[in-house]
Design a protein. Structure first.
Length: 283
């Protein structure tokens, strides 16, 4: 039976620590760390994410602002909103909720956020620094996974790590963070041949595919650590991960459930990055 890695519990502990550091920050600086979230259009999933982010800010004592813009906003109008937030002394972190409506180039928009306020760590400068292993913000989902591994005392050093998925927000930065922690890392994607042979070698297997129950028990080594990033909803809205949890759990040494695994850590790491941005700006 695998150890269940409880993302909710780790997230609670981490947020308690953030709350404490926030009080100290307020005492020292006379203001709370501030996060601005910009949302464009009416995408229902994005609306939920943004609400959850604002609620999480409130819980730890941050100042937060949600800027809602219509789907028809022009690139220049959106850039001028970012320009204002850039100069706003109450705002330490700026996040533009993705995906953006068609017609807005996310690359142009994200790269307009100053790297020191880029708490999602999607700016080209932060992406480059991750590659180089320099100090910078880490993208929230991979950062949350590293925190979970650390919390569970699971060392990455020398381990065979396989990441299935190569997106810019999860797969690629995940692989880099595992590599910097001295894992031997393989990245798989939709063109990978003999996927099962590769995943079966993994001591630590990260699934970030976006396909329900994609990782089955026959793809997993006995005693592997399984990290399930997937958040897939069926036609009834029921959430499932990328891992066939019921069967894989019997072979794994540790596993993250969905829900209650990686998901809760993502917003927590956004809070952590925002606090870091505030602490950096007051140095
Ligand atoms: P993307 O769709 O951007 O990337 C999916 C990746 O999976 C791609 O690299 C794709 O390969 C690969 N893939 C697709 N099919 C296969 C296949 N048959 N074999 C091997 N690889 C395959 O998704 P994201 O990275 O954004 O998200 C992945 C999942 O994680 C989603 O379910 C998402 O909802 C969830 N997620 C959860 C978060 C959380 O907080 N828990 C945060 C972010 C995402 P290729 O590049 O070749 O197309």
């Amino acid at each position: 039976m695998a150890k269940i890695i409880d993302g909710r519990e780790i997230s609670r502990n981490t947020r308690e620590n953030i709350k404490k550091r926030t009080s100290e920050y307020v005492e020292k600086n006379g203001r709370a760390p501030g996060l601005a979230v910009v949302i464009v259009g009416e995408d229902p999933a994005s609306q939920i994410y943004v609400r959850n982010k604002a609620k999480a800010c409130e819980e730890v004592g941050f100042h937060s602002e949600v800027i809602r813009l219509p789907a028809e906003v022009t690139e220049n109008e959106l850039l001028s909103v970012i320009e204002k937030l850039k100069a706003d002394g109450k705002i330490d972190g700026i996040l533009v909720q993705l995906p953006l409506p068609r017609g807005l180039d996310p690359k142009v928009i994200i790269d307009a956020i100053p790297p020191e306020k880029d708490v999602d760590a999607f700016h080209v400068s932060n992406v480059g620094k991750i590659m180089l292993g320099e100090k910078c913000f880490h993208p929230c989902t991979p950062a949350g996974i590293m925190k979970m591994l650390e919390h569970e005392g699971i060392s990455v050093d020398g381990k065979e790590c396989v990441v299935v998925g190569r997106s810019n927000i999860v797969g690629k930065p995940m692989a880099m963070l595992l590599l910097h922690a001295n894992g031997t890392v393989t990245i798989c994607h939709s063109h990978t041949v003999n996927l099962k042979d590769i995943t079966s070698r993994a001591d630590i297997l990260v699934a970030a595919v976006g396909k329900s129950k994609f990782i089955t028990a026959d793809m997993v080594k006995d005693g592997a650590v399984i990290i399930d990033v997937g958040m897939n909803r069926d036609e009834n809205g029921k959430l499932s991960g990328d891992v066939d949890y019921e069967n894989v759990e019997k072979k794994a040494s540790a596993i993250t459930p969905v829900p209650g695994g990686v998901g809760p850590m993502t917003i927590t790491m956004l809070l952590e990055n925002t606090l870091l941005a505030a602490e950096n700006s007051s140095k």
